[in-house]
Write a protein that binds this ligand. Structure first.
Ligand SMILES: Cc1ncc(COP(=O)(O)O)c(C=O)c1O
Length: 465
């Protein structure tokens, strides 16, 4: 047996997810299919907890996985079972977190342009609201007053990393310092500073802390440390404007890399960055030092992080079946393996220079990869997912596993060509259960409405005449 990661192994030439034969899963549940490993997810989560707890004896640590990365309710229930909180963006994700069993008090409602209905719902269930503008503070006060409750709020701030000239992995010509100011999220600093004292005056507002999220601009520790330091310096200014207010909760957001992720959405790739444990120590260390700089006591502060990709990415695979094989031996010799998946299910471009995912032929994992072929998706687009890659001698019915699809793949799937989106199976040991069934064509058209005046077509009347 060869172990590939915490959940994947090769046994007798076949790919296994925990104790389940991947090709058998494909046969039993149908392809294309997403598969998530429950044990792997639990293990990743515990690693986040341990890493941060080990470095933050001053207070508690709360892991708040971003539900956007994998919004499947059963997956969320696994995380809820581990005692996690949840970062949500918007009303739909808030409902997802509630249905996923998250303790409402540990839900953090993020997002720009929150309207009164999401704020009403958040306060109703006792979730925390992450304020993105002064307008949201007033809405929280109004709703709190209406419900006779005190709204717990955080300020989402926009630190300016004045000395940092490092460029972004998203756009190597642009500095992170500038991009983090350009972005719409977060309260503009000029609007933040008057907001603090205002919050203290409002009877239905409890300002519990601050929130930041930089995103994956860089894996470099000096960038993260600068971010944390400037976040703390700005928090110090806010605190002074509020007469020495002390945050109880500080949330550093997500943006942690997943090491096996191919980062196809990022321009600068191929460097590893620090380990999770090094991130935890770098972030908490920078926070501790900066708190000293602003003369604030960190004792008792709860630190939060909101991993999405870093937590979920390597817990999932995508299974797809070879449906047809074509080969040209004249003109330009080429071989195509036509897969029943698509770029629109996988969130990758349709013309890939390099393989967007690592892959394993699940039923031929030990066969020599001695054939050159394209592996293409099923829509009417070019769908050149894997351009001239090495594969075993393939046959119709072979099952190909695409690795590290556990984050931001399933929730981004679309219905181009009226294709129903793939379902998901959750594996735990040798048990596999459907946690999201395959979509049906009926559901693809379920939102369409045909006006009465188009229900009878003139052309059909003409045909009948
Ligand atoms: C507020 C917030 N928290 C957490 C995340 C998760 O980020 P990641 O998946 O990069 O860890 C995001 C992603 O957009 C976010 O906006």
């Amino acid at each position: 047996m060869k172990q590939i990661n915490e959940s994947l192994s090769i046994r007798n030439g076949r790919l296994f997810v925990e104790g389940c034969d991947a090709a058998r899963l494909a046969d039993e549940f149908g392809t294309p299919l997403f598969v998530v490993s429950e044990s792997h997810l639990r293990e990743n989560l515990r690693r986040y907890k341990l890493a941060f707890e080990a470095c933050w004896p001053e207070g508690r640590v709360r892991i708040m996985p971003a539900i956007k990365a994998n919004p499947i309710l059963a997956v969320r229930r696994v995380l809820s079972d581990e005692g996690c909180g949840c970062d949500v963006f918007g009303a739909g994700e808030l409902e997802g977190a509630l249905r996923g069993g998250v303790d409402p008090k540990a839900i953090s409602v993020n997002g720009s342009i929150k309207d009164s209905s999401i704020i009403r719902r958040a306060i109703e269930v006792d979730a925390r609201v992450v304020l993105d503008s002064p307008r949201e503070l007033e809405l929280c006060e109004q709703e709190g007053a209406r419900q006779g409750k005190v709204a717990r709020v955080m300020f989402r701030i926009k630190p300016f990393m004045s000395e940092l000239e490092t460029t972004s992995d998203f756009a190597p010509d642009a500095q992170i310092r500038e991009m983090t100011q350009m972005i719409k999220y977060g309260i503009p600093t000029s609007e933040l500073l008057p907001m603090g004292p205002r919050a203290l005056k409002l009877a239905h507002i409890d300002p519990v802390g601050i929130h930041v999220h930089m995103g994956r601009h860089s894996k470099k520790m000096e960038v993260w440390q600068s971010w944390v330091r400037h976040c703390t310096l700005l928090m110090g200014r806010l605190s002074r404007s509020m007469g020495g207010w002390l945050p109880r909760e500080v949330d550093f957001g997500g943006g942690f890399p997943s090491f096996p992720d191919k980062d196809t959405d990022v321009a600068v790739q191929g460097y590893a960055g620090p380990s999770l444990e090094d991130y935890a120590s770098g972030i908490t260390g920078a926070f501790r030092d900066a708190m000293r700089e602003v003369d604030m006591d960190p004792t008792g502060i709860t630190i939060e992080v909101e991993p999405g990709r870093g937590l979920h990415c390597d817990t999932g695979i995508h299974l797809t079946c070879v449906r047809n094989i074509k080969q040209e031996v004249e003109n330009r010799p080429r071989k195509w393996l036509e897969l029943d998946t698509s770029e629109v299910f996988l969130g990758v471009p349709g013309l890939n220079e390099s393989p967007p995912f690592d892959y394993i032929f699940a039923n031929k994992a030990n066969h020599p990869a001695d054939t050159l072929a394209d592996m293409v998706g099923q829509t009417c687009n070019a769908e050149l997912l894997f351009n001239q890659v090495r594969t075993p001698a393939a046959e119709e019915g072979d099952v190909v596993a695409l690795l590290n699809t556990g984050s931001y793949v399933e929730p981004m799937a679309a219905n181009f060509n009226a294709l129903p989106r793939p379902g998901t199976v959750l594996v735990c040991g040798d048990q596999a259960e459907v946690v999201k069934r395959h979509e049906t064509v009926e559901e693809v058209f379920a939102r369409d409405v045909i006006p009465a005046r188009l229900s009878t077509l003139r052309s059909s009347e003409a045909l009948e005449a």
